[in-house]
Design a protein around this ligand. Structure first.
Ligand SMILES: [Zn+2]
Length: 54
C-alpha cells in the first residue's frame, strides 16, 4: 500500500525526469501527470521498462 516510489519518473513525452505522485492507483488509468508538459504518463511507461530509447 504505502510503497514509496523513490525513482524519478521520466516523461516519455518530453523526456524530463519528475517526481510524480501516482494517480488512480490500482485502476487501469494508473499513471502520473508530467509537471513539465502536463501530459499523462501511464505507470507502465513511467517505469521505463520496454524502451525504444532515443
Ligand atoms: Zn512531460
Amino acid at each position: 500500500m504505502s510503497k514509496v516510489q523513490d525513482r524519478a519518473t521520466v516523461c516519455p513525452h518530453c523526456k524530463k525526469p519528475f517526481d510524480g505522485e501516482l494517480l488512480a492507483e490500482g485502476s487501469r488509468h494508473e499513471g502520473f501527470k508530467c509537471p513539465h508538459c502536463r501530459l499523462f504518463v501511464p505507470a507502465e511507461r513511467a517505469n521505463g521498462a520496454d524502451g525504444a530509447t532515443s
